[in-house]
Design a protein around this ligand. Structure first.
Ligand code: URA
Length: 436
């Protein structure tokens, strides 16, 4: 293959033959393609786009650039991927609930990106939890417990690792073709039978506008199915944090509340039920999404999901008794500050991205590559759109490591809430479903 000719073809709007796209995706790991050529390719795709078959082939090539897991298990291998949000720990609820329903879930997850939180950073708030494990241990935990939430090893889709870094410095991240290939090359390398995609929209999402979220959901569903993985997507609300907490230890607490208290964190449970229903149906464990949703609900209310979660935590290095000890072993911040708005009204909007950024500035996310996360900091008790508040009603609690950071976070949180005089209907949670 002549790399220059491939780049020129995309640049001139001629697209790519699937063979060329597959070769390029796989060859991105090696010396056949220089950094300059990978950058030019990314920009040509960003500007001119690819057609459906080329998207699928590029994704398959990138998937096959590293290890692709294979499984021999007595149930379907299922997973969920979210495009990322604030206060969104659905994976931590859903993976054990799916396992409790008979699925196997090797969930390869990521760290915080920009203003959004990362599943691995949250799990590492649990003392002893180690996200980086080798393939043999992953196989053992998935087989034994039913689910394992882990980081990607360097051998999963190395082409994406290289291309992502190049896109980051060449202003070519925001391409639906490249985002789709990037997300799915990693997910499909886990050897899945079925996948549900949670595409977020609203003020805390990367795709804040509904039309962009729909286009991404459509591309993800078409490519995943084109590559042989049964998939559907839900477009879900991120116009406010999903859980009433954003941060790391505070979100683990929200998950444990959702798994153990039927009255707590209702929105978080509702999204887990909707996504779980879809993927259980797609994976053949439920006759339809509604039945699947009921199975997820029962797995949570019966206590089976929390039991699986605690077994996974222990298998990954955490405490043996996490289901009982979680209220005592999670790290606590030294400075706690309640936030109220100083006026009364109905909460009509929340600048969710600003809340996510406030968490990052508290030390709960990274401002620079390699920054250490403070697992204890964050925001809890976050009020919801539609809540009626008085001047003194708390709308959030800031958890900080010192007074100065607490002060800045309190100001950011206060500025993130918009009040109105009239009653407000809270936004729905699932806006749309995208099927193949
Ligand atoms: N997440 C990814 O893994 N890749 C992208 O390109 C964007 C979000």
């Amino acid at each position: 293959m002549v790399v220059r000719a491939i780049i020129a073809k995309v640049r001139d709007g001629g697209g790519l033959d699937p063979d060329q796209a597959r070769w390029f995706g796989e060859a991105l790991t090696g010396a056949a393609i220089s950094d300059a050529q990978a950058g030019a390719f990314a920009m040509a795709v960003r500007l001119k786009g690819l057609d459906g078959p080329a998207r699928v082939a590029l994704t398959e090539g990138m998937r096959d650039s590293g290890d692709v897991l294979t499984w021999d298990l007595p149930g379907p291998v299922l997973d969920k991927h979210s495009t990322g949000g604030v206060g969104d720990p659905v994976s931590l609820l859903l993976a054990p609930a799916l396992a409790a329903c008979g699925a196997f879930v090797p969930m390869i997850s990521g760290r915080g990106l920009g203003h959004t939180g990362g599943t691995l950073d949250k799990l590492e708030a649990i003392p002893g939890y180690i996200c980086e494990i080798g393939p043999a241990r992953l196989d053992h935990v998935v087989r034994d417990v039913g689910c394992a939430i882990v980081g990607a090893t360097g051998r999963v889709a190395p082409s994406d690792k290289r291309l992502y870094a190049i896109r980051d410095v060449t202003a070519s991240v925001d391409s639906i073709d490249l985002i789709t290939a990037s997300i799915l090359s990693k997910k499909l390398a886990a050897g899945l039978d079925g996948l549900v995609l949670d595409v977020k929209t609203g003020s805390g999402a990367f795709m804040a506008r509904m039309e962009d979220a729909r286009a991404l959901a459509k591309a993800l569903v078409e490519v995943a199915n084109g590559a042989g993985c049964q998939s559907s997507a839900l477009i879900t609300d991120m116009s406010q944090p999903l859980a009433q907490a954003a941060g790391n230890a505070v979100e683990i607490r929200a998950v444990m509340e959702a798994l153990t208290d039927p009255k707590a964190q209702a929105r978080l449970r509702e999204v887990a039920v909707a996504l779980g229903g879809v993927v259980l149906a797609g994976g053949g464990l439920a006759k339809d999404a509604r039945t699947g949703g009921k199975m997820i609900e029962a797995a949570i209310t019966s206590g089976r999901a929390v039991e699986v979660f605690a077994r996974m935590v222990h298998a990954m290095g955490g405490p043996a008794d996490f289901a009982e000890s979680w209220q005592h072993v999670l790290p606590e911040a030294t400075v706690l500050r309640e936030v109220s708005l100083g006026k009364s009204g109905y909460i009509k909007a929340v600048d969710t991205r600003s809340l996510g950024e406030a968490v990052v500035h508290l030390g709960g996310g990274r401002l620079r590559d390699g920054d250490r996360i403070d697992p204890a900091v964050g925001i809890s008790g976050i009020a919801r759109i539609g809540d009626r508040v008085s001047a003194k009603t708390p709308v959030a609690m800031v958890h900080a490591s010192d007074e100065a950071r607490a002060e800045r976070a309190v100001a950011a949180v206060r500025a993130a809430f918009r009040l109105g005089a009239k009653a407000v209907t809270p936004p729905g949670l699932v806006h749309a479903q995208v099927t193949p």
